[in-house]
Design a protein around this ligand. Structure first.
Ligand SMILES: C[S@@+](CC[C@H](N)C(=O)[O-])C[C@H]1O[C@@H](n2cnc3c(N)ncnc32)[C@H](O)[C@@H]1O
Length: 246
């Protein structure tokens, strides 16, 4: 039974307070309101994402879109806009960043949890952080398991993508649910490669380096970069960027 607090939010509490607790396909999901109007998402008792920073979640888009050849690429008419796939809505930083770029003609966002999508609808607690992205006509929301959708092939999402930004876990070695691990293995990487256009670029977020994942990417893509993003404390976040065209 979903729990929703009757307190007005954000309560700006010194200690985080639970705003909503929901059971979803990936287990228990909790939205907490924290100090200074911020929010935290907890998945099965593990911290998943909050609204405080988001630099590396935005850089995920910059890294992938930045070097994209275009606007017309191989097999695409001159002037055709960029199709972006965002895997994991979270607090919406990555999606909002993609939409900032005028050359992005379509952004498909795949999110497994109905509660997360609801938090971004008009008037929802996370809508200001995704800058109202769900109301943008370029956005297509797929309420689905990304791993299953990718395995079904490009037609399941209306064709291939020029940019794929993946951030559904804390990284390839720290998945939120066991089934997500498939995404970072041979089967998942083959599906990801199939989802990309010829000029396509894949960006994967990770809390920390994953040398084994980087190696698997190098086996499948012509060019791979591992970009560290410094964080205030501890090991840098990592963005893995993979592509076939230079
Ligand atoms: C770390 S958050 C995403 C952060 C996002 N980049 C941002 O800017 O806020 C991960 C999101 O992926 C979703 N997710 C986890 N596993 C998934 C799956 N298999 N398919 C689709 N969404 C998934 C979670 O529910 C969560 O909303």
């Amino acid at each position: 039974m979903p729990f929703r607090s009757t307190q007005p939010w954000p309560p700006d509490a010194a200690e985080p307070v639970v705003v909503e607790r929901a059971e979803g396909p990936g287990g228990e999901l909790v939205l907490r309101a924290a100090h200074a109007g911020h929010y935290e998402i907890i998945s099965n008792g593990t911290f998943l994402m909050d609204t405080r920073n988001g630099e590396s979640e935005r850089l995920l888009v910059e890294a992938a879109l930045g070097g994209l050849a275009g606007p017309g690429g191989p097999g695409r008419p001159e002037g055709a806009g960029v199709r972006v796939l965002v895997g994991g809505l979270g607090v919406g930083f990555t999606l909002a960043e993609a939409l900032r770029h005028e050359r992005v003609a379509e952004a498909a966002v795949v999110e497994r949890e109905p509660a997360v999508i609801g938090w971004h609808r008009e008037g929802g607690p996370l809508a200001p952080f995704s800058r109202g992205a769900l109301a943008d006509p370029r956005v297509r929301v797929h309420r689905a398991d990304l791993v299953e959708l990718l395995t079904a092939g490009p037609a399941a999402m209306g064709g291939r993508f020029d940019v794929v930004c993946l951030d559904i876990d804390n990284g390839p070695d720290w998945t939120v649910t066991p089934g997500n691990a498939r995404l970072y293995g041979p089967e998942g990487l083959a599906a990801l490669r199939r989802a990309l256009t010829g000029r396509g670029r894949l960006a994967v977020w990770s809390a920390g380096a994953s040398p084994a994942f980087e190696e698997r990417l190098r086996e499948r893509f012509a060019a791979v970069d591992a970009l560290p993003v410094p964080v205030p404390r501890g090991e840098p976040d990592m963005i893995y960027l993979a592509r076939d065209l230079p």
